[in-house]
Ligand binder design. Structure first.
Ligand code: ZN
Ligand code: ZN
Length: 282
């Protein structure tokens, strides 16, 4: 059975994310280990970690994905910001490891001046971190929407960045909204087949470790990262049905990052995905 979860809040304590996932009927989850919008690196208490691990075992939450801070930009032309980003990324790996998480997800970054130089800078940082230490937790690079300066919106970009991440990389996180924004047509079985074939050829047969299932507010190839409820955006129910029916994705965990005002939004989107998974095309 395909594992299904949502990005879950850690408000009130990191272990509460597991309770929330369970309340929503999820069997995998994604969380931030700290606030993704400031540079603080809070102490994670031993008790919270123990409780997190215990609950995870009891409720069979598997795998656990940690999403790294949005402030990290290892492609930045600003040396100071790049240095800070590298330190933060190392801290993120340590924190994810402490929690016993399986994967840490990273947006590889952007460079306002020269994109290919930006990619080179990101690769240098990834190589440095690869050499520095061994973590059990694996890094997943996420495909991004192709907004201004973005260095990682294509399979080719990810393949190049992963090669530089030899000591820490686990594969990729495939975000459907981002792929659609970057110009990948996900509503057509043949186009999806071509995309999967490219991932297998340029990266690996088992490269996709996670699907971020998000519908897209904007039309194909718009390069604007705006998530929408499943079935309510431009990918639509039919598009997701085609995508999820591809056998290459059938064992890959799915995490939703759809808009959320209350828990009810999560429940609604989870219900929609479950229905789509039941209605897979043969
Ligand atoms: Zn995502
Ligand atoms: Zn996004």
């Amino acid at each position: 059975m395909q594992r299904l979860g949502v990005h879950t809040s850690i408000a009130g304590g990191i272990h509460l994310s597991i309770e929330r996932a369970r309340d929503l009927g999820c069997n995998t989850l994604q969380l931030f280990s700290h606030s993704p919008r400031n540079w603080g690196r809070p102490e994670i208490s031993y008790e919270a970690v123990q409780r997190f691990k215990e609950l995870r075992k009891i409720y069979d939450i598997e795998p656990v994905f940690v999403h790294s801070s949005y402030l990290i930009n290892i492609a930045s032309p600003d040396r100071h910001l790049r240095r800070r980003s590298m330190d933060m990324l190392i801290w993120e790996l340590e924190a994810a490891q402490l929690l016993g998480a399986d994967y840490l997800i990273l947006h590889p970054g952007s460079s306002s001046v020269d994109i290919s130089e930006g990619r080179k800078r990101a690769k240098r940082v990834l190589r440095k971190i690869s050499k520095r230490g061994r973590w059990k937790v694996r890094l997943l690079l996420e495909n991004t929407a192709g907004e201004r300066g973005d260095i990682s919106s294509t399979v080719e970009d990810l393949a190049e960045l992963l090669e530089a991440s030899w000591g820490i990389a686990g594969g990729i996180c495939f975000d459907t909204c981002h792929a659609f924004q970057a110009g990948y047509e996900l509503r057509n079985a043949e186009e999806i087949e071509k995309l999967i074939d490219k991932i297998h050829r340029l990266i690996d047969k088992n490269a996709v470790k996670l699907i971020h299932l998000n519908d897209s507010k904007k039309p194909l190839g718009f390069r604007v990262d705006r998530h929408e409820h499943i079935g309510k955006g431009k990918i639509g129910n039919e598009g997701f049905r085609i995508l999820l029916s591809n056998p290459a994705f059938s064992d890959v965990p799915v995490i939703l990052e759809t808009p959320k005002k209350t828990d009810r939004d999560d429940l609604m989107n989870l219900r929609r995905v479950k229905r789509l998974l039941r209605q897979k095309l043969r």
